[in-house]
Design a protein around this ligand. Structure first.
Ligand code: CAA
Length: 381
């Protein structure tokens, strides 16, 4: 067993950490308060090769592995989870789907600009009645000659109104259930496609989330990804990888909470001494550090398995389920160690608690992760 990062991964970590500290962290509190879209930072992520980390260089990416991706994701999330969610969606859902399933023509037209950061992608699966029950879709895609006419409402699309390209899951044959779901590459600006008002969220407030409305949107048949009926399995396979990205995001938030708690405990004095001298605080910090490390190891192990072509369904669900719980626990303890000042917005640690919560919900709730793990246990016997 080797827990060391390679020289390339260490260099990436150092560079992304510096970038995150200098260019991402400074505006994070203000962007959260004003819900300001981090467009400029996302553009810089593209320049640094961080929007297509795992995509081969011939398709516009950085050609690095999944472990490297988790290392970079952690550093960005440590500075601002709103930025990291868009990085995660673009890398591990949008680019991965195109890289794995896209035709040569689709890769040329869409993957290259998405991986090199010229364009931004979104992923659109959920609907009002289809959250955890993801195959219960009503959005319909009806073929007419060389186009599909798409109609329906999609929910909670991260970056929905900002994305240039949307990976859309819709029903081509409702009688077939999940086998009637297909995936489409939808370009922004098509007639009949519109976005709802930005959702007013608890956390990741700078990453705009909206509904998307499709009213007889004409999508060229050549924008079908894979074959008709392949969509659900394409989405589930992508979500296995996406869950590694969200696990790394959760580790980043948890690490930020630990950093802030440690720093504060070494500064703050009560009863005539620094509060870190109290065992009550030491025990909290020790538990936080242990859990962050365990979450990181589970996340990197899932990434390691993916890089070796192994099944990652259970490993990714374990990493995401555990790391997201750790993120919320660690952020809550960070606020607790800060006491009254932790409850004040200007300190910036309550944001970690609010941002952590979504990691237990999106890309499959904590309950769905346990269900996936239990199914895999039974399948393997
Ligand atoms: N990999 C490959 N195929 C998979 C798979 C996986 N991980 N999981 C399921 N499948 C396949 C099954 O093999 C089956 O295929 P066959 O019929 O050909 O055998 C098919 O998919 C249906 O599987 P199930 O019967 O298990 O499906 P289900 O309806 O019981 O649902 C579920 C399973 C795990 C609950 C799934 O619906 C799920 O993951 N729900 C959560 C949805 C989710 O994660 N949404 C995220 C929204 S996107 C988002 O959050 C992005 C963002 O904004 C950041």
């Amino acid at each position: 067993m080797n827990f060391d990062l390679t020289e390339e991964q260490l260099l990436l970590q150092e560079n992304v950490r510096r970038f995150a500290r200098e260019e991402v962290a400074p505006g994070a509190i203000e962007r959260d308060e004003t819900e300001r879209w981090p467009g400029e930072i996302i553009r810089r992520l593209g320049e640094l090769g961080l929007m297509g980390v795992m995509v081969p260089q011939q398709w516009g990416g950085a050609g690095m592995d999944t472990v490297a991706y988790t290392v970079a994701m952690e550093e960005i999330a440590r500075a601002d989870a709103s930025v990291s969610v868009m990085m995660s969606v673009n890398n591990s859902l949008v680019c991965s789907m195109l890289n794995q399933v896209g035709s040569e023509a689709q890769k040329k037209k869409y993957l290259i600009p998405l991986a090199n950061g010229e364009k931004l992608g979104a992923f659109s699966l959920s609907e009002p009645q289809a959250g955890s029950d993801a195959s219960n879709l009503r959005c319909l895609a009806r073929r007419e000659k060389d186009v599909y006419l798409i109609s329906g409402t999609k929910n909670w699309v991260s970056g929905g109104p900002k994305a240039d390209v949307i990976m859309l899951l819709a029903m081509t044959d409702p009688k077939k259930g999940h086998k009637g779901i297909s995936c489409f590459i939808v370009e922004k600006g098509l007639p009949g496609l519109s976005a709802g008002k930005p959702e007013d969220k608890l956390g990741i407030r700078a990453a705009v989330t909206t509904e998307l409305y499709f009213d007889e949107v004409r999508v060229p048949a050549e924008n079908l990804l894979g074959n008709e009926g392949d969509g659900f399995v394409i989405a589930m396979t992508a979500l296995d990888g996406g869950r590694i990205g969200i696990a790394a995001q959760a580790v980043g938030i948890a690490q930020a909470a630990l950093d802030r708690a440690l720093e504060y405990a070494q500064e703050r004095e009560q009863f005539g001494q620094k509060i870190i001298k109290f065992q009550a605080i030491q025990i909290k910090l020790a538990d936080m550090a242990t859990e962050v490390e365990a979450a990181r190891l589970l996340t990197r192990r899932a990434a390691f398995l993916k890089d070796r072509g192994k099944s990652i369904t259970a490993a990714a669900a374990m990493a995401k389920g555990f790391a997201s719980d750790v993120a919320l626990r660690t952020a809550t303890q960070c606020v607790q160690i800060h006491g009254g000042s932790g409850y004040m917005r200007e300190t910036g640690v309550e944001r970690l608690m609010r941002d952590a919560k979504i990691t237990q919900i999106y890309e499959g709730t904590s309950e769905i992760q346990r269900l996936v793990i239990a199914r895999e246990l039974q399948r393997k016997g």
